[in-house]
Design a protein around this ligand. Structure first.
Ligand SMILES: Cc1cc2nc3c(=O)[nH]c(=O)nc-3n(C[C@H](O)[C@H](O)[C@H](O)COP(=O)(O)OP(=O)(O)OC[C@H]3O[C@@H](n4cnc5c(N)ncnc54)[C@H](O)[C@@H]3O)c2cc1C
Length: 288
C-alpha cells in the first residue's frame, strides 16, 4: 500500500488509456468516499489510483440525441449536490431532484459522485428507484467502445467494477405528469431506508394518456421495477376498476419471491402498504 500512486487525469481518453494498461492494477478515484474507506480499512487492492475528479468531460449536463431520441446526459463526475442545483434538471426532472436532495446529509451530497454511487451500488435514499421509473441508461466506456446499459440491468446484472469508466447517466426526455415518493426510514442513519416506493406517471409519445410506473427499494431485497403490476394498474385505471385485487396478487407474488420469514413478512407488509397508499394518492381510487 505504501507504493500506491495517484495519477490525476484530465480527459476521458487519458483515463481509458491508463485503464487499458495490463501490467498494473488501477482503480478510479472520483468523490473518494469509498476509496478513502478502503484505504483506512486496509482493503484497497490496486497499484494505483486514477483520479478522475478533474475531468471536465464528466461534469456536463446537456441534451443529446441517441438513435433519434432525446436524452439528458448527466456527467458521472458530478456530485449529487451539483445535480440537484442544476436549473434545467430542476425544471425537467423535479421529482428526481427532490429525491436527491433528501437522499443524504449535505456532506455526503457534496462528496458522492454519480459514478461512485453507481459503482458501489449502495442505494442512497430513493435514488435508484427514481432512476428506475425514469428509465435511466448508464453510459459506460472502455477501450472497446461505448455501452448503454438500462439502469435495472446495471443494478442487477453488471458486476461491480467490471465495466470500465462510467461517463454519464442518460435520462430520456419525457414529460412526467405525476410523481410521488413513499418511504419508511431507519431512525439512526441518514439516507437509510427500510422501504421506499417511487411512483411516476409519464405521458405517452402521443401525449394522449399518462402511464404509471412503479419502482421500490427494500433494504435487503434491493431495487425492483414492478412492470407487471404497472401494466395491470394502467389497465384498471383505463377501465375505471379497483386495483384492490391487483395488490392482493402482488402480495402473493412477494411471498413467493421473498419467503415467509418474519423479516420478509414485515417488509412485504410495509411495501404493499406504501404502494397501496401511493396509488390511492396518485389515482384516487382502489378501495372497494
Ligand atoms: C447510508 C449509506 C451507507 C453507505 N455505506 C457504504 C459502504 O458500506 N461502503 C462504501 O464504500 N460506501 C458506502 N456508502 C457511500 C456511497 O455509496 C459510496 O461510497 C459513494 O457514493 C462513493 O462515491 P464517490 O464519488 O466518493 O466514489 P469513490 O470513492 O471515488 O469511488 C467509489 C468506487 O467507484 C469507482 N468509480 C468512481 N467513479 C467511477 C466512474 N465514473 N466510473 C467507474 N467507476 C467509478 C471507484 O473506482 C471506486 O471503486 C454509503 C452511503 C450511505 C448514504
Amino acid at each position: 500500500m505504501s507504493n500506491l500512486s495517484v495519477l490525476r487525469v484530465k480527459s476521458v481518453q487519458e483515463t481509458l488509456n491508463l485503464l487499458a494498461e495490463t501490467d498494473v492494477t488501477s482503480k478510479l478515484l472520483s468523490g473518494g468516499v469509498s476509496i478513502t474507506l478502503q484505504i483506512r480499512n486496509g482493503n484497497l487492492t490496486c497499484d494505483r489510483l486514477i483520479d478522475i475528479s478533474g475531468v471536465e468531460e464528466l461534469k456536463s449536463i446537456q441534451p443529446v440525441q441517441i438513435n433519434g431520441k432525446t436524452f439528458y446526459q448527466i456527467g458521472a463526475g458530478l456530485s449529487l449536490s451539483h445535480v440537484a442545483k442544476n436549473s434545467e434538471l430542476k425544471s425537467k426532472f423535479p421529482g428526481l431532484v427532490s429525491v436527491i436532495k433528501t437522499s443524504s446529509d449535505p456532506a455526503r451530497l457534496n462528496a458522492f459522485t454519480l459514478g461512485g454511487l453507481l459503482t458501489v451500488k449502495r442505494n442512497t435514499g430513493n435514488l435508484f428507484p427514481a432512476l428506475a421509473v425514469l428509465e435511466a441508461v448508464i453510459q459506460v466506456q472502455n477501450t472497446d467502445g461505448e455501452k448503454l446499459i438500462p439502469i435495472m440491468e446495471w443494478l442487477t446484472q453488471v458486476k461491480k467494477e467490471s465495466s470500465g469508466l462510467i461517463t454519464a447517466i442518460l435520462l430520456p426526455d419525457q414529460s412526467q405528469t405525476g410523481w410521488l415518493v413513499k418511504e419508511v426510514k431507519r431512525r439512526q442513519m441518514p439516507g437509510e431506508l427500510i422501504a421506499g416506493v417511487v411512483l411516476c406517471s409519464v405521458k405517452d409519445q402521443n401525449d394522449v394518456q399518462s402511464d404509471l410506473r412503479l419502482a421500490s427499494v427494500v433494504d435487503q431485497f434491493g431495487v425492483q421495477r414492478w412492470t407487471a403490476i404497472e401494466e395491470k394498474i394502467n389497465q384498471a385505471v383505463a377501465a375505471n376498476d379497483s386495483f384492490h385485487s391487483i395488490m392482493n396478487d402482488f402480495d402473493v407474488q412477494l411471498q413467493l419471491r421473498w419467503g415467509d420469514g418474519l423479516d420478509a413478512q414485515y417488509r412485504r407488509q410495509v411495501l404493499t402498504a406504501l404502494i397501496t397508499r401511493g396509488l390511492q394518492e396518485m389515482i384516487g381510487s382502489g378501495e372497494e
